[in-house]
Design a protein around this ligand. Structure first.
Ligand SMILES: [Zn+2]
Length: 446
């Protein structure tokens, strides 16, 4: 599955499997509904074993309101396309915070950039990541991420459908506005995206940047790749508002959050309790009494404004489903995540990243003169141990010298250990909290 060695494989949260399975059920149901509503036959034949349609989300310009629709799946890659991609795709490290096994690896793939424009692409990745990671809880956890740029060389600059529907350009990933006739829906060949993304050392989150100033984007939320990422977000490189589309989409892919907007389906929701953490059929009182969903947050002031409660409408229905706050980013672009949403995002970060990382390898002995450096979020406290006993004077330090920790110089083997636990107030679920610890140990050379 994920391209990692066993040595640096991260601990994974056990909740992941359950949440993914539940989410898949919801996605299937939504796809079926949308497909029935749309009724149009896809213009190209679907892959024999692939999905018949792909669910996508997009954001219209006039209102910024999200919408859902389905598009035909990308056709399988031809042998010629596979060969072309195999010979393309240089990988550049944009942000490096630690070994891939201990970080959440974000992969940007560019489309509509010619061979001469790859430096422009790298600059666009830096700018886009700066915008995305300014949003909480990304900002507080920026050190958990690595960012990679995978160059896809296009024959033409820019992408199809920009500025008008009749414009067709020859690009590496077939990005196109006016997808399915919708101007702001920026589609991409998801098979080609996966082929390029797999060139990065790891791919936990994938964003496709289309070389364009036109407003648009898309979220492919039912894409589950062999490389390890869930979902693909597309965004135009040089349009400010498209940054927030990508952040909203990571609410689905990383946060496993549902949409909190309430249009798209008519009538009253009558299905089972949704699997996602930010939708419920219960009232605030019922959540509290049954200790369900976001009951731990009820009454707390939320970063997106107002107190957490149960607000009617969400999951595409006006009635029958409640959301935690009036207007979070899962409802409207440009907003903050609400408190349950932040907690879901932090859980997502830690599915891939570890609380503690170090550039100093742990699989070989370190000399007594070694300087050990670790990275941990600001909300985590680092403690240092020699042979299991804490050296309290070193508490909170990110760098120590082995000898200065008081490791005995007696010809015996000793072990130095760093432990960290993230005590962020943004997490209240004790099951999640238990996962927010990590340790690293080094054997000290005799
Ligand atoms: Zn959404």
């Amino acid at each position: 599955m994920r391209r990692r060695t066993s040595k640096d494989a991260p601990r994974r949260l056990s909740i992941r499997t359950a949440v993914s399975a539940a989410l898949a059920t919801v996605t299937l149901a939504a796809t079926a509904t949308a497909a029935t509503a749309q009724g149009a036959a896809p213009p190209s034949s679907p892959a024999p074993h692939g999905p018949r349609t792909q669910q996508v989300e997009y954001f219209t310009e006039t209102t910024g309101h999200p919408r859902h629709t389905t598009v035909p799946p990308s056709p399988p890659l031809s042998p010629a396309e596979k060969t072309a991609i195999a010979g393309d795709g240089d990988v550049t490290s944009i942000v490096q915070n630690g070994p891939v096994g201990t970080k959440l690896d974000v992969v940007f793939v560019g489309d509509g950039y010619t061979a001469a424009q790859q430096e422009d692409f790298h600059a666009d990745v830096r700018a886009k990541w700066a915008k995305m990671s300014a949003v909480e809880p990304y900002a507080s956890y920026a050190g958990l991420f690595n960012v990679w740029a995978v160059d896809a060389v296009s024959n033409e600059s820019g992408v199809s459908g920009d500025p008008t529907q009749d414009v067709v350009r020859d690009t590496a990933l077939d990005s196109a506005f006016f997808c399915d006739g919708t101007e702001r829906l920026l589609c991409v060949d998801t098979g080609k995206v996966e082929s390029y993304a797999s060139k990065a050392p790891a791919a936990d989150l994938v964003v496709v940047l289309a070389n364009s100033t036109k407003y648009g984007g898309a979220g492919y939320n039912d894409v589950s790749s062999q490389v390890g990422y869930d979902g693909i977000a597309t965004a135009s490189s040089d349009n400010d508002r498209s940054d927030q589309i990508a952040v909203h989409e990571t609410g689905h892919s990383l946060g496993k959050l549902a949409d909190e907007y309430d249009y798209g389906e008519s009538g009253t929701y009558s299905g089972p309790e949704p699997a996602e953490a930010n939708l419920t059929t219960l009232s605030a009182d019922q959540m509290t009494a049954q200790r369900q969903k976001w009951y731990r947050w009820i009454g707390q002031e939320s970063p997106d404004g107002g107190a957490v409660g149960a607000f009617e409408g969400g999951g595409y229905y006006e009635h029958g489903l409640n959301r935690p706050t009036e207007n979070s980013i899962m409802r409207t672009l440009g907003r903050e995540f609400n408190l349950p949403g932040r907690e879901g995002m932090i859980a997502g970060f830690y599915r891939y990243a570890s609380v503690l990382s170090s550039p100093v390898p742990t699989d070989r002995a370190v000399p007594r003169t070694a300087r050990l450096r670790v990275g941990a979020p600001a909300s985590a406290q680092v403690k240092w141990y020699v042979d299991g006993r804490e050296r309290k004077a070193a508490r909170g330090r990110s760098t120590v010298v082995v000898r200065a920790l008081g490791v005995p110089h007696d010809g015996r083997t000793h072990t130095v250990t760093a432990r960290a636990t993230d005590r962020t107030a943004a997490v209240r679920d004790p099951a999640l909290r238990k996962q927010l610890s990590a340790k690293l140990s080094w054997r000290v050379a005799r």
